[in-house]
Design a protein around this ligand. Structure first.
Ligand code: ZN
Length: 50
């Protein structure tokens, strides 16, 4: 959970195309921009350096 719960909720809805990095809705099967079918969820956890 980040600082802003609302932002977290919004970010968790976004999937990023691995090819063109366009933002897509969660649950999208294909990129709406280029049609590529490999999407990843946008990182919700920012990794702190230890
Ligand atoms: Zn794409």
């Amino acid at each position: 959970m980040g600082k802003f719960p609302i932002a977290d909720a919004e970010i968790s809805k976004i999937w990023i195309c691995k090819k063109c990095k366009a933002r897509n809705k969660a649950g999208a099967e294909h990129c709406r921009s280029c049609g590529y079918d490999v999407l990843r969820p946008k990182n919700k956890d920012i990794k702190a350096k230890k």
